[in-house]
Design a protein around this ligand. Structure first.
Ligand SMILES: *Cc1c(COP(=O)(O)O)cnc(C)c1O
Length: 360
């Protein structure tokens, strides 16, 4: 095997080595069937087994009851931005949003674009999305409240599940899905592009509480209607077979690690290595309020942009990829998703300390 880098990419992101090796092993001949998963009929019993396992793992990991559906769709989280208002916001109601960053903004813009009534119940835009709003004000007649549980670009995260009494809570969990235990029962719909925490690009996990089925607006185009995907268990048309297979392997890996509690412990340990440096340094500076900072994406600044450039260049020379901040905010960002080995975080921490010593 060639040498692997430390990959701090915000997405598509690092995958567990064990999973990559299993894929390699299965590639020419999936478990003795004599063909690759990429070449199989999606209607075959073998592939159905792969999907069933991925769904069963999701249900076990989140302790989901029979009142939840698990779907693997295409189009990325970005398609959900559009499907959710289309399906769940009727003419006489209002789609409510908490705006915590670039992705949340994109989601609410989609609702507007398709002519839905839209209301921003809270926003942290006043301070450049550097915190999570603690209060919100719903509109009259809300259809649902949409939140983004982890803000990939700014690096803020909801630390606890929001509690809503009467209206459905819908969450974009693209960048912190399965990174810690959550109470899924608080959510009506959860969705996440797989490519950050649970797999490769190409499929989107959608977890769907069954009471939402009756709320689906009538008369929608077939592929945009959740009924289609629920009725056919994600197999209305050709699903993203290979991506679902890899997600299934990552979920198996999560279960083997001990599930979400164990994953969270590991994530806290990794993030702490970096946050300790930010907290104890006058060279590096974290960019968001402490209580809301993300376990997954850690943006930080250096004293000057020149030093940031030098930091990125030297990190690359040291086998550390993708530490550049998102182009919209600049600076640096380390993404420490589930599959990132602790060794990567340790080496980054050491590199940061060395860089500070040499450049202060
Ligand atoms: C990456 C990301 C998206 C976009 O996901 P796609 O699958 O590329 O559409 C949406 N929301 C959040 C929070 C993200 O991090």
């Amino acid at each position: 095997m060639g040498k692997r880098v430390h990959n701090f990419s915000a997405g598509p992101a690092v995958l567990p080595e064990e999973v990559l090796l299993e894929i390699q092993n299965d590639l020419m001949d999936y478990k003795g069937h004599g063909l690759s998963v990429m070449e199989m009929s999606h209607r075959s019993a073998v592939f159905q087994g792969i999907v069933d396992k991925a769904i069963a793992s999701t249900k076990r990991i989140f302790s989901l009851g029979d009142n939840y559906e698990v779907l693997f769709l295409q189009g990325g989280a970005s398609t959900q931005f559009y499907m959710i208002p289309l399906n769940f916001c009727p003419e006489d109601k209002v789609a409510n949003f908490i705006n915590t960053g670039a992705w949340a903004t994109k989601a609410l813009k989609e609702a507007k674009k398709i002519g839905k009534k839209m209301h921003i119940a809270a926003s942290s835009e006043d301070k450049d999305f550097t915190y999570i709003p603690k209060e919100y004000q719903l509109s009259e007649n809300p259809a649902y409240l949409h939140i983004t549980t982890n803000n990939t670009i700014r690096g803020t995260e909801y630390k606890t599940d929001l509690v809503l009494d009467d209206i459905p809570l819908i969450a974009d969990m693209s960048s912190n899905i399965m990174s810690k235990p959550i109470d899924v029962r608080k959510y009506a719909v959860i969705y996440a592009g797989a490519q950050k925490n649970i797999g490769p690009a190409g499929t989107t996990l959608v977890i769907f509480r069954k009471d939402m089925i009756e709320k689906i607006n009538p008369g929608l185009p077939t592929m945009m209607d959740y009924h289609t995907h629920i009725d056919k268990a994600s197999m209305f048309n050709t699903p993203p077979c290979f991506a679902i297979y890899v997600v299934g392997l990552v979920l198996k890996w999560i279960e083997k690690k001990g599930g979400l509690k164990a994953i969270e412990k590991n994530n806290i340990e990794k993030a702490q290595l970096i946050y300790d440096i930010l907290d104890n340094s006058d060279f590096y500076r974290g960019t968001v309020v402490k209580e809301d900072r993300s376990l997954m994406n850690i943006p930080f600044r250096l004293p000057t942009e020149d030093l940031e450039k030098k930091f990125i260049t030297e990190s690359l020379e040291n086998g550390m990829l993708n530490l550049k901040g998102h182009r919209s905010v600049g600076g640096c960002r380390a993404s420490l998703y589930n599959s990132l080995p602790i060794k990567s975080a340790q080496d980054l921490a050491q590199f940061m300390l060395d860089f500070e010593r040499k450049n202060k």
